[in-house]
Design a protein around this ligand. Structure first.
Ligand SMILES: NC(=O)c1ccc[n+]([C@@H]2O[C@H](COP(=O)([O-])OP(=O)(O)OC[C@H]3O[C@@H](n4cnc5c(N)ncnc54)[C@H](O)[C@@H]3O)[C@@H](O)[C@H]2O)c1
Length: 329
């Protein structure tokens, strides 16, 4: 019998890639998602497999899974600013109540659990690059607080279960990741620029574009998560690509790649937008023997080809279809 792993947020960008990876590794994957920001098409190709099953479920409600579980990966959560500004309460609930339910399930099943945290726990950082010892600079009542504080609470709760119940836990702090299956309309900078280029619109840079980000290709991230899960490290570990770039230079790279003749326009910086973002990955290198392998040029080309393959409807869609139904609940 194959070992069984539960992956929450499985129909999302990262969750769908994790499902594929664990299937390739010979696991029986139980995928769970309420589809609030995800898309069932991301995992449709796995549905016919014997070692894959899908539960349509909101993990902010009690989670029941029959049978044994060896591992749980908790990746359910809105992840882009546009999403969590539109559904702030659901965002707070999934990383607090949802995490509580999954930690309880892990305890009942004697499973090891890995939770998806984020570089946003560092807020608008005063330390650069960000290492795991930095406590962060977060505005708890600002618009991004619903995401950042929920993830900080998630880390605290996970560590408490480790300390008080002896649960085997892992915490990954993910820095900006990109790749196929990101949503073109989710407001993250890479799909936003590519979407604008493909629609023949000007590229919008917030502020003067001197703010920096560091982009990690999804396959590198998945490899880091896989190694962290199998490691014995219960402290948080940064996984990301330290190759830092200003948003202005990034916009120019996308213009060169897509060949768009549009121009760059500027809009005011959103409140609490981090000015810098670069992971210090010394810990991951030392403990996991991990570092990213895919350079930005190659990764972006693969991602661009994915976006080119989407329908016109996807290209022009600006609302996520599932929000309305969930907001009324
Ligand atoms: N992509 C990144 O760059 C990045 C960076 C830092 C952290 N993360 C974390 O990784 C995880 C996945 O992010 P993503 O980029 O794949 O986002 P995504 O929006 O594509 O995927 C999240 C998935 O979680 C599901 N979900 C949300 N709330 C749920 C709930 N209550 N019950 C069940 N399912 C629910 C959504 O429907 C979606 O399929 C998130 O926890 C996010 O905070 C991602």
């Amino acid at each position: 019998m194959a070992d069984r792993i539960l992956i929450t947020g499985a129909a999302g960008f990262l969750g769908s890639h994790l499902c594929e990876r664990f299937i390739r590794e010979g696991y029986h994957v139980i995928a769970m998602d309420n589809l609030i920001t995800g898309d069932i098409r991301n995992i449709e190709h796995l549905m016919k497999l014997e070692n894959f099953e899908f539960y349509h479920h909101d993990v902010s409600k009690f989670v029941h899974v029959p049978g044994e579980l060896k591992y749980i990966l908790h990746f359910a959560s809105p992840a882009s600013p546009i999403d969590y500004l539109k559904i702030p309460i659901q965002t707070l609930k999934v990383s607090s109540l949802g995490t509580h339910h999954l930690l309880g399930l892990a305890r009942a099943k004697k499973a090891r659990i890995l939770v998806a945290s984020t570089s946003e726990v560092y807020g608008d950082p005063l330390v650069h690059p960000q290492n795991e010892e930095y406590y962060g600079n977060v505005n708890s009542v600002g618009p991004r607080g619903v995401y950042d504080e929920a993830k900080r609470f998630q880390e605290a709760l996970t560590m408490a279960y480790h300390t008080f119940h002896g649960l085997e836990t892992r915490i990954v702090r993910i820095f900006n990741t990109y790749g196929p299956r990101m949503r073109l309309n989710d407001g993250r900078v890479l799909p936003a620029f590519i979407g604008q280029a493909l629609r023949g619109e000007d590229l919008t840079v917030f502020g003067d574009g001197s703010q920096t980000r560091s982009f990690c290709y999804v396959d590198d991230l998945v490899e880091g998560i896989y190694r962290l899960l199998l490691s014995d490290c219960s402290d948080p570990v940064n996984i990301g690509n330290p190759d830092e770039i200003t948003i202005m230079d990034f916009a120019k790279e996308i213009m060169a790649l897509t060949g768009t003749k549009q121009k760059i326009i500027h809009k005011p910086l959103p409140q609490d937008d981090p000015k810098t973002r670069q992971p210090d990955i010394s810990k991951a290198k030392k403990l996991l023997g991990w570092e990213p392998k895919v350079n930005r040029k190659d990764g972006i080309r693969i991602t661009y080809e994915y976006f080119l393959s989407l329908s016109k409807e996807d290209l022009y869609k600006n609302e996520h279809k599932n929000f309305e139904a969930y907001i009324r609940k």
